[in-house]
Design a protein. Structure first.
Length: 392
């Protein structure tokens, strides 16, 4: 007989903001739907380093190194660093499994959901040893995998939730059984993106010091901002911009004091991202899965970048934009002005293509978790069916 209160662990870490945001989004929908579950957010690094030894030795958490790189735009060597990290994880695999096994033997979850890459083999093996029969599902928060050993671990019988047709194809090619691969219609977004929020866009622009009659681009490079936003603002001197700087206070100060021909509003960390996105006409930013998905869900065509500085896990995202014809991809800020002005020339047509996307991923994943707990798991959708929509 099913217990009245089952426990779900949502595993995340703080490298970037998307993993925590996805965990919080799932928890929010589960609470809103009043599912009879006990939901725990599990910070993976707290399990693997419970004494905080890394911080005491280095003066910062492991994720802080990555986040500082993002804020400064130092992403050129991230691919090489990723392979070094993965090698260290393989070397430390037995110790990782022991730590995770001990954790789950004590905490006894009924379902574990991973929202992080790289550690899923260790987590799955540890859970299987500590809690045989308890489902483990990896929810990809990237558009596609970066094999090997990133999101999709060959030879595993865990479940995978994939937000694009490409990710589904990769999972099947890696040998996953079809009933272990679950297609969703995009990336996970917070519940706030789906709540009705009627507002006066002209008034919202005036409140920000912007001209309601001018086309407006919203510039966003993740929760920690990026120095590249300064170059974007300088290059698009004649385009009205709304810059979301996240936690980057130095960037916020620089943009607020910048002298330009067109108006510019700069905003720090805020919980009003859905409303601010809807204040704009189009999006400019790095091809992060969260930023792109939020912009598209709010109806904004996107202008993004792909070059040697683009992180490996984000390169396919730019290709996805091109394949679905929902914006422009440029190699550098030197190509940005022609791309933006070209987009503005056909904004209505691109908006219509964006409007055809539909992302319900956060609700689809919650339904999947319910099915896993009831051992009534749906089979994978045919690759390509309903999967072009990222609506994230």
């Amino acid at each position: 007989m099913q217990r009245s209160m089952q426990t779900i662990d949502l595993v995340y870490f703080d490298a970037g903001g998307g993993h925590r945001a996805a965990a919080q989004a799932l928890r929010g929908v589960i609470a809103a739907q009043r599912r009879p579950w006990n939901v725990r957010l599990v910070q993976l690094m707290h399990v693997l380093d419970p004494t905080d030894a890394f911080r005491r030795v280095s003066g910062m958490a492991p994720e802080d190194v990555y986040n500082r790189q993002l804020a400064r735009g130092w992403t050129f060597g991230v691919g090489s660093e990723l392979r070094v990290l993965q090698a260290m994880i393989r070397i430390g695999h037995p110790a990782l499994v022991r730590s995770l096994r001990a954790h789950w033997a004590v905490t006894r979850p009924d379902l574990v959901v991973s929202l992080v890459p790289n550690f899923n083999r260790a987590m799955h093996e540890a859970l299987r040893a500590a809690r045989p029969g308890v489902p483990f599902v990896t929810v990809m928060t990237d558009f596609a995998d970066v094999p090997p050993h990133f999101w999709i671990e060959p030879g595993q019988d865990q479940h995978l939730a994939c937000g694009t047709a490409r990710a589904v194809q990769q999972a099947l090619e890696a040998g996953y059984a079809a009933d272990r691969v679950h297609a969703t219609s995009g990336m996970i977004l917070r519940r706030e993106f789906y709540q009705p929020d009627p507002f006066d866009r002209d008034a919202a622009r005036r409140a920000l010091g912007l001209d309601p009659r001018r086309p407006t681009g919203v510039v966003m490079f993740g929760g920690h901002g990026s120095a590249q936003m300064v170059r974007v603002a300088q290059t698009l001197d004649d385009v009205q911009l709304l810059c979301l700087c996240g936690h980057n206070d130095a960037l916020l100060d620089t943009l607020r004091t910048m002298r330009r021909s067109a108006p510019l509003a700069a905003v720090g960390f805020t919980g009003e991202v859905p409303r601010l996105l809807r204040t704009a006409d189009f999006f400019i930013g790095k091809p992060g899965p969260g930023s792109l998905s939020e912009a598209l869900h709010c109806g904004l065509p996107v202008v993004t970048f792909r070059n040697t500085w683009t992180m490996p896990q984000e390169r396919y995202n730019a290709r996805w934009v091109q394949e679905n014809d929902v914006g422009r991809v440029v190699a550098s800020t030197r190509a940005l002005a022609p791309a933006v002005h070209g987009l503005l020339g056909e904004l209505d047509a691109v908006r219509a293509r964006v409007a055809r996307t539909s992302n319900r991923a956060v609700f689809e994943v919650v339904d999947l978790l319910a099915a896993l707990l009831q051992e009534d798991v749906p089979r994978v959708a045919a690759p390509g069916r309903r999967l072009r929509a990222l609506a994230a």
